[in-house]
Design a protein around this ligand. Structure first.
Ligand SMILES: [Zn+2]
Length: 67
């Protein structure tokens, strides 16, 4: 399932840059069919919020840094 690698990469990129329309379309088509990628998106969002709340500053690479 190389698709998931691509999608999770886009989800993580989305935190740092604007995705193109075709990238969003790929995500939106894939997420409803894949609980793994939905969970990944949930996780990186939580990590991002938690990192900001804890430090008050931007933490590069915070997503996926710790389990
Ligand atoms: Zn997937």
């Amino acid at each position: 399932m190389g698709k998931c690698k691509h999608i999770t990469r886009l989800l993580s990129d989305a935190l740092d840059r604007r995705l193109t329309t075709s990238e969003w379309v790929a995500i939106r088509l894939h997420l409803p069919t894949c609980s793994g990628c939905r969970n990944y998106r949930k996780q990186i969002r939580l990590l991002r919020v938690a990192a900001r709340a804890a430090s008050g500053i931007e933490v590069p690479g915070a997503a996926g840094a710790d389990e």
